[in-house]
Ligand binder design. Structure first.
Ligand SMILES: N[C@@H](CCC(=O)N[C@@H](CS)C(=O)NCC(=O)O)C(=O)O
Length: 273
């Protein structure tokens, strides 16, 4: 068996699906967690210049989903049949779309882009807290009440300001960001986007063996792990609820209770995102 070393920030973010895939397959790997400075030193060795990346016997693979699919194919978590494989990948890509929708609303992407325009910060800077690079709350309410993580369903009209000092060192945020845009985006996320994706995923689950087992076929695949991982942080932050989607709810609990997974959930380093 090849030797595997996975490198990522000390958070769940885009690395956790790969970790969970290794765990579910029962395969040993090195779970290397680095800080921003260490990453900058490693970056020139990584062709795609992003984390997570996986070292396999001297080769380096980037792109989290490429890595997760590779690990799944290598270790029995991807069907052999091409069509079944495509059905698994369809779910992986749908969960990715779902995560992106959540990300856009929660991080008020357009507003952030406006603020960052012309600064030397890289495009992904607003995502760092999400991916565990900085575990501080992303937003601070200037009214002085307890800090909001930006994950609540809060549509309040209180003016908030991105606390750039907390997150991006000495840079200050020149603009006040009205919560209105985020309020609107969160409303759409809650009323339309989340129910739409949960309905889609529950429909697919239901179509396989009545929804009582796995997403595709008769055994666990990357699809099951990916749905579990995609729901994990949003559930924890109470951004989504599976109460009205009982099949997804029991699927989540089944995956969570699998001995290898539950052992990992218990022992993995705690992280905000
Ligand atoms: N599509 C890529 C995105 C990877 C990505 O954006 N990673 C971030 C950290 S979560 C990154 O490495 N950003 C550039 C940097 O930190 O230098 C994937 O899924 O792996």
């Amino acid at each position: 068996m090849p030797s595997y070393k996975l490198t990522y920030y000390n958070g769940r973010g885009l690395g956790e699906l790969i970790r969970l895939t290794f765990v579910a397959a029962g395969v040993e790997y090195e779970d290397k967690r680095v800080n921003k400075t260490e990453w900058e030193e490693l970056k020139p060795n990584v062709a795609v210049r992003t984390m997570p990346f996986l070292e396999v016997d001297g080769s380096i693979i980037g792109q989290s989903l490429t890595i997760a699919r590779y690990v799944a194919r290598q270790h029995g978590l991807m069907p052999m049949d091409n069509l079944q494989q495509a059905l698994v990948e369809q779910i992986v890509d749908t969960v990715t779309d779902f995560r992106l929708e959540i990300f856009k609303a929660v991080f008020e992407f357009d507003e952030v882009r406006k603020v960052l325009l012309g600064t030397p910060l890289d495009f992904y800077a607003p995502a760092y807290p999400l991916y565990g690079y900085n575990s501080q709350p992303l937003r601070t309410d200037i009214t002085g009440s307890s800090p909001s993580l930006g994950w609540s369903n809060n549509t309040s009209t209180t003016t908030s300001r991105w606390n750039f000092n907390t997150h991006f060192g000495s840079l200050t945020c020149p603009a006040e960001v009205s919560p209105t845009t985020q309020g609107e985006m969160m409303k759409k996320l809650n009323n339309e986007t989340i129910p739409k994706y949960l309905d889609i995923l529950e429909g697919i689950l239901l179509s396989n063996l009545g929804g009582e087992s796995f997403f595709i076929g008769e055994s666990m695949t990357l699809a099951d792990i990916c749905v579990f991982d995609g729901f994990n942080i949003p559930l924890e932050k109470k951004l989504i609820s599976l109460k009205e989607h009982p099949l997804l709810d029991s699927h989540y609990k089944r995956i969570e209770a699998l001995p290898k997974i539950s052992e990992w959930l218990e022992k993995r380093p705690k992280s905000e995102y």
